[in-house]
Design a protein around this ligand. Structure first.
Ligand SMILES: [Zn+2]
Length: 104
């Protein structure tokens, strides 16, 4: 799945709200890491949206940071973990199948 710039623009808010599914997230990250325009636009959006939310909420949440790069990193980390988990599931499946074969 490849995203065009205009597709990526439509995903800024879902990305910030962590509502993209795995495929969308992966395509989004791949695009944003290669397209300077979208990266800059994302950075701008993120700062604006999080800044607005920060002002709307009471500022007592110590963990609240406005860091567009960190959200990208965390999403990439998630993608990586997702891949590893899927790999482990496949290995487990192979192990179970092998076990069944031995039983029969
Ligand atoms: Zn782009």
């Amino acid at each position: 799945m490849h995203m065009q710039c205009k597709d990526v623009e439509n995903k800024f808010i879902p990305f910030i709200d962590e509502e993209l599914d795995y495929k969308e997230l992966k395509a989004f990250l791949e695009h944003i890491r290669q397209c300077e325009n979208c990266y800059e636009e994302y950075d701008f959006y993120y700062t604006m949206i999080m800044g607005m939310r920060y002002l709307e909420n009471d500022n007592s949440k110590a963990e609240f940071t406005i860091d567009s790069e960190r959200q990208l990193d965390e999403a990439e980390h998630y993608i990586l973990q997702y891949k590893i988990l899927r790999g482990e599931k496949i290995l487990l499946l192979i192990a179970i199948c092998a076990g069944l074969v031995l039983l029969l």
